[in-house]
Design a protein around this ligand. Sequence first.
Ligand SMILES: NC(=O)c1ccc[n+]([C@@H]2O[C@H](COP(=O)([O-])OP(=O)(O)OC[C@H]3O[C@@H](n4cnc5c(N)ncnc54)[C@H](OP(=O)(O)O)[C@@H]3O)[C@@H](O)[C@H]2O)c1
Length: 330
Amino acid sequence: MSTLPTRSLGRLEVSAVGFGAMVLSPGVYGEVDDERGLAALRHAFDHGAAFVDTSDGYGVDGHNERLVGRALRGRRDEVAVATKFGFNLPDGVEPHPFPVGFAFGELAVNCDPRHVRGYAEASLRNLGTDVIDLYYPHFPDPQVPIEDTAGAVGDLVSDGLVRYFGLSNVTAGQLRRAHAVHPVQAVQTEWSMWRPVDPELLAAARELGVGLVTWSPLGAGFLTGTVDRIEDGDFRKNNPRFDDANLAANRDSYAAVREIAEDVGVSPGQLALAWLLHRGPDVVPIPGSRTPAHIEENLAAARVELSADVLARVDGALAGVAASGGTLLG
Ligand SMILES: NC(=O)c1ccc[n+]([C@@H]2O[C@H](COP(=O)([O-])OP(=O)(O)OC[C@H]3O[C@@H](n4cnc5c(N)ncnc54)[C@H](OP(=O)(O)O)[C@@H]3O)[C@@H](O)[C@H]2O)c1
């Protein structure tokens, strides 16, 4: 067992680098089965990932949460568990369309407060635990005032089912409105070297003392410099940034960043994670991986120190590029 430096997401203490479990359900990024998924989670926990991210919507019927629950057996106290709701709709729950930029064009969500307790009870069962450390609506529901969803999570906190409230994929305005009802500890947003953060969201989070959990911090693998093409059956086939032409253009655009990693003596993925960690002490990336060596490499980024000169070089290289292909949100 090793430990990593810690960071605070509002009042929740977590390891500086967490572990995103989404890739451990079939149909995400490449082949995986439960044996490999469990081994990956255990490897991450053994190497200091004290923060795991899942969702009721990853995999079929809570698959991802159940896998995380199996890996947590006997070691629940070592790891802060974050999960999300409103993205796996049981029979009888009306789907509310949430528009997205690629893949299905829209997702189905429902964050009506009448359903939130049922979601939490299902996630607790899947995870095999009696409390969720950080609980987010996966996407804000366009048909439900975010204040109502916040109130429902506040009730779960009062009743001891949830420790802290988080928000995922929200705007600054939605963060402010929800926070006024129940204090938010973390916002989860896509932020990486190829996906700039929404500056208004960042400013609002900092003003309110809300931490930032960055999803796809490795650009869904792109920023590791190891993705040459996407195989059939890999969800990234839906992502225009990974189509053959855009992927080739993006690899060229980010060559300068990979060169900096080489000069510094870290992998491109470690530079991507360390760069995020150097954006501020309130930033916590949650890279995902099925591969033990990758997991160790990613967690080791928590200890990578980048000098002001290196950071300036990276920012200079990034200022000159814009990734080709759209993003899921905005
Ligand atoms: N809130 C939201 O809407 C939202 C959306 C997307 C994701 N998320 C969260 O964010 C987490 C991470 O995002 P993500 O999985 O999309 O993307 P990511 O962490 O940026 O990238 C994961 C991909 O990178 C590869 N990889 C990881 N480490 C590597 C390394 N050191 N060298 C080479 N390849 C490496 C993995 O392949 P291998 O398995 O082969 O290592 C996998 O294909 C998810 O698990 C999920 O919890 C949240």
